[in-house]
Design a protein around this ligand. Structure first.
Ligand SMILES: *[C@@H]1O[C@H](CO)[C@@H](O)[C@H](O)[C@H]1NC(C)=O
Ligand SMILES: *[C@@H]1O[C@H](CO)[C@@H](O)[C@H](O)[C@H]1NC(C)=O
Ligand SMILES: *[C@@H]1O[C@H](CO)[C@@H](O)[C@H](O)[C@H]1NC(C)=O
Ligand SMILES: *[C@@H]1O[C@H](CO)[C@@H](O)[C@H](O)[C@H]1NC(C)=O
Ligand SMILES: *[C@@H]1O[C@H](CO)[C@@H](O)[C@H](O)[C@H]1NC(C)=O
Ligand SMILES: *[C@@H]1O[C@H](CO)[C@@H](O)[C@H](O)[C@H]1NC(C)=O
Ligand SMILES: *[C@@H]1O[C@H](CO)[C@@H](O)[C@H](O)[C@H]1NC(C)=O
Ligand SMILES: *[C@@H]1O[C@H](CO)[C@@H](O)[C@H](O)[C@H]1NC(C)=O
Ligand SMILES: *[C@@H]1O[C@H](CO)[C@@H](O)[C@H](O)[C@H]1NC(C)=O
Ligand SMILES: CC(=O)N[C@H]1CO[C@H](CO)[C@@H](O)[C@@H]1O
Length: 264
């Protein structure tokens, strides 16, 4: 089983990365992450509202041993514009084991990673909440470590988990001496409109509501008129515009902006 897993990593590694491109420590082996029934994989945009509770996580094969999940946000805006982004530790939970039986979660068959011994979190889950400050899209990244019987690795993690800000996943994982065995990321975007964005765009208003199709995905078409009703956007429709889509929406004009805003 172990060798087939390794082969899988080798084959998949070249083409795809399941931690964000450029992020370290990288993994090309899928960790499945699901909020309720919404799959939060492959960098997909997820509504903040769906992320209130810790996700269900799992793998397509049953794992043997005990695991620790780490979730970070590497896109914390700098204190002063032009500075570099930093990392925040959102979650660190040890004591996870594969369930005996696979279950369908978010339409995917997984062996859920569960905490049957009620091991306390090394860092409790904090919900994603990207501020209205560049970068407004944050890549919430999950890493699974094999901490089976490894008290020295767990002790290292316990120490690092005490400081969430200016976290360095690459440094922490290096200190455990372990590799990331499974990884994943999803995006959450803050699209709160500032007055300057609206003013900037006013000059370009042309298409209005008729152009909304340009900047938004399938979810937009299903959006009704009312106030902010993002939580009812079809969960699998990817209703949140991507970053480049949003640029399209700005160009399309205020109508598109209004729709994009309502979606969230
Ligand atoms: C990872 O997930 C993606 C989409 O969910 C899938 O296309 C890919 O085959 C998976 N890769 C591995 C190594 O499981
Ligand atoms: C997630 O956000 C990052 C950073 O903005 C972006 O590069 C990536 O394309 C996004 N993922 C998807 C699936 O849109
Ligand atoms: C994790 O470590 C345990 C104990 O060494 C081993 O049995 C298990 O196969 C490992 N899991 C993976 C995914 O490599
Ligand atoms: C779970 O799997 C085990 C075998 O691994 C089987 O004996 C048991 O009946 C299964 N339980 C359920 C609820 O399917
Ligand atoms: C874990 O917590 C659940 C719910 O609080 C409880 O039912 C269960 O007995 C606990 N298990 C252990 C091993 O403490
Ligand atoms: C966007 O960020 C602002 C604070 O910068 C916050 O008040 C607001 O709730 C956020 N909106 C979303 C949709 O995340
Ligand atoms: C963040 O940590 C790095 C070392 O990893 C350190 O060089 C830097 O000064 C720290 N920044 C802050 C603001 O604490
Ligand atoms: C624990 O991890 C270290 C790396 O930090 C490794 O050398 C050691 O073999 C692991 N111990 C066990 C029991 O797996
Ligand atoms: C959102 O829209 C759905 C119908 O699409 C409706 O059932 C629900 O009450 C609305 N919620 C709010 C807060 O307007
Ligand atoms: C997408 C976009 O254009 N966002 C801009 C909105 O305005 C703020 C403040 O001027 C900029 O920082 C954003 O980049």
């Amino acid at each position: 089983m172990f060798s087939s897993l390794l082969l899988f990593v080798v084959l998949a590694g070249a083409a795809i990365a399941f931690t964000p491109a450029g992020f370290q420590p990288a993994s090309s082996n899928n960790l499945t992450v699901v909020f309720g029934n919404t799959l939060a994989v492959n960098g997909k945009n997820i509504l903040k509202a769906e992320t209130a509770q810790p996700p269900t996580i799992g793998t397509s094969e049953k794992l043997f041993g005990t695991y620790t999940v780490i979730m970070v946000d590497p896109d914390i805006p700098p204190a002063t514009a032009g500075g570099s982004t930093s990392e925040l530790l959102h979650w660190m939970q040890s004591g996870l084991v594969s369930a005996n039986n696979a279950t369908f979660v978010g339409g995917v068959k997984i062996f859920e990673l569960i905490n049957p011994t009620n091991t306390s979190a090394l860092a409790t889950y904090i919900q994603p909440s990207p501020p209205n400050k560049s970068p407004t899209t944050h890549r919430y990244t999950q890493m699974l470590l094999n901490t089976t019987g490894n008290s020295s690795a767990l002790s290292t993690l316990t120490t690092f988990a005490k400081t969430r800000t200016n976290f360095s996943a690459v440094n922490v994982v290096k200190n455990t001496g372990l590799n990331v065995v499974f990884g994943n990321s999803f995006n959450v975007t803050n699209v709160t409109l500032t007055q300057s964005n609206i003013t900037k765009t006013t000059a370009g208003v042309a298409g209005g509501a008729g152009s909304t199709g340009t900047g938004t995905s399938a979810g937009a078409a299903a959006t009704s008129t009312g106030k902010t009703n993002g939580t009812t956007t079809p969960k699998s429709a990817g209703g949140v515009p991507t970053v480049s889509d949003r640029r399209g929406a700005y160009i399309a004009g205020l109508g598109a902006l209004a729709v994009a805003f309502m979606l969230l």
